[in-house]
Each structure stands twice: as structure tokens, then as C-alpha cells.
Design a protein. Structure first.
Length: 281
């Protein structure tokens, strides 16, 4: 059975970009007679606002999208995230890092898909300092996993190249796990067979395929769809004035009509759909 998920972070209201992503996930599942799940990715510390979770469900219902089953809260799986991190530590695949973002930016000589690639300043540390993040020893992880491939429904078979992102953080200083670790574990726990998400996360999938191999969890199929862009050519974001779904709903808008317009790629003035994988931040 095909199982997809829409997994927003409750850091701000949903906007049209979120609505489009939810539609892709919903319709992909319904096309196969499968299940569509809602997961609230709420491990982002103080930025997460618990009250938004209920609003998200209301927004989806207004659009005519009804998830199967109750919403899942990522924070309820913190123990499992930590356990997986500890297992990777015990396997000698993680090392502590106390570098600040400013220090990394100043020392980095390579820029990858997500910005400055960590230069390995703390690599080889064997202590356990308080307040450290824990990074994946990418070279060793790739060596152990061997060559890997993954399938994207829109872009075909990909050869995993996680080294382009460097030694990514898996256990954060301020949260039980990073996005990379948590999303791999949660998709496996939720039985997700098809991961639909924006093309801006395409590069991260190389790391996720590696983590899947290291953790021994099932390999899904991915579907990296285009994202909505604002008048400035950048991905829609609430901080840049993207109109909230809740605002449209409260203004007595027609949710199902909006959903059909988004499916048909009929967008409000100034909003467009990205054409490729080179997505503006």
C-alpha cells in the first residue's frame, strides 16, 4: 500500500507553498488507494508552537484534504531518535563538535548544496563535551555503506553522493536530533513508502539514503516536486509575506476551489512554480 505524509513544522502558519506540498502528498496516496498521514515536526525547540498543530489540521480540512488517522507529533519519538544517535556513536560514526556557525563559515573552503561544508575542525575528537553537537563522520559512513542508489519518481535513479554535504549534524545541541536523523526514523516508523517533498530538499536525500543504510530501515521511493516561488523568485515563506492558508480560510475563501486551482497550476498573481532543482532559498 502506498503511504505518504505531509510533515510541516509548527514554526509559523501554513501558506500556499505548504498547501501545494500537501496536495501532492495527498493525491499521490489517493491515486493508488493508499494512506495520507499528517506529521507535525515539532522538535525545533522554542520555535515550535504547539497551538499551530490543530490549525494545520483545520487548514487541510478546509482544502478538502483529510489525513488518515490522528496527527503524529515528532516530539513523541525523541527517545527513539536519541537511541539511534547513541547506536551510531557506539559504532564509531559520530564525533562531538563545539564549533559555532560563525567559526564554520569563516573556516569553510567548500560550499555545498546547503551552504558552507563543515571543514572537519573537530573531527577525531574522542571526548564528550557538554553542549556539543554530534556530527556524522561522512567518509567512514560512506566507506561502510558502500555504493548506494535511490529512486526519485520525477528524476529517475540517483547515485547517492552524501559527501557533498560534508559531516552533517545528527544530534543537535538544542534538540534530540537533527532533521536528517529524525525524518529518516519517523518515515520508517510511519511506514511511509513514498516521500513527497519539495525539490529544495533533493540534496538532503543523498544523506537520508546513507542513514537508511546505516540504520537498517526500509528504503522508500522519493518524489521531489517543484516548489512555489514568490514575486522575488524565491521560495514562498511566511517571513517574506506569503499569505497564510488560515487567513484565506477566515476570509471565507473557497478551500476546495483553491485546491483545484493549485492542482491545475493556476496561482495568484506573482506566484509561480519552480522549473528545476536549483531552488532559490
Amino acid at each position: 500500500m502506498t503511504v505518504t505524509r505531509f510533515a510541516p513544522s509548527p514554526n509559523g502558519p501554513l501558506h500556499l507553498g505548504h498547501a501545494y506540498a500537501a496536495l501532492v502528498a495527498h493525491d499521490r496516496a489517493r491515486r493508488d488507494g493508499g494512506r495520507f498521514r499528517l506529521r507535525i515536526e515539532d522538535i525545533d525547540g522554542a520555535r515550535s508552537r504547539a497551538a499551530l498543530a490543530g490549525e494545520f489540521a483545520t487548514d487541510l480540512a478546509w482544502l478538502g484534504l483529510r489525513p488518515d488517522g490522528a496527527a503524529i507529533r515528532q516530539s513523541q519519538r525523541s527517545a527513539a531518535h536519541l537511541a539511534a544517535g547513541e547506536a551510531l556513536k557506539a559504532a564509531g560514526l559520530l564525533y562531538p563538535c563545539t564549533c559555532t556557525r560563525a567559526e564554520i563559515a569563516a573556516a569553510a573552503s567548500v560550499h555545498g548544496p546547503d551552504g558552507p561544508v563543515y571543514p572537519g575542525t573537530c573531527k577525531g575528537r574522542t571526548d564528550n563535551p557538554d553542549g556539543a553537537a554530534w556530527r556524522l563522520d561522512m567518509a567512514e559512513a560512506v566507506r561502510r555503506a558502500g555504493p548506494l542508489t535511490w529512486l526519485d519518481e520525477l528524476h529517475g535513479t540517483q547515485h547517492a553522493a552524501p559527501e557533498t554535504l560534508g559531516d552533517v549534524v545528527l544530534l543537535r545541541k538544542d534538540a534530540p536530533a537533527s532533521y536528517h536523523l529524525a525524518v529518516v526514523l519517523d518515515d520508517a516508523a510511519d511506514g511511509i513508502t513514498h516521500v513527497t517533498r519539495g525539490a529544495d530538499l533533493f540534496a538532503a536525500t543523498h544523506v537520508h539514503r546513507l542513514l537508511i543504510a546505516l540504520l537498517g530501515v526500509p528504503v522508500p521511493v522519493w518524489h521531489h516536486h517543484p516548489v512555489l516561488l514568490g514575486p522575488d523568485g524565491r521560495k514562498l515563506a511566511k517571513r517574506r509575506g506569503a499569505v497564510g492558508i488560515a487567513d484565506l480560510r477566515r476570509a471565507d475563501g473557497d478551500g476546495p476551489a483553491l485546491a483545484e486551482a493549485l492542482r491545475a497550476h493556476r496561482f495568484p498573481a506573482g506566484i509561480s512554480l519552480s522549473e528545476g532543482l536549483d531552488i532559490a532559498p
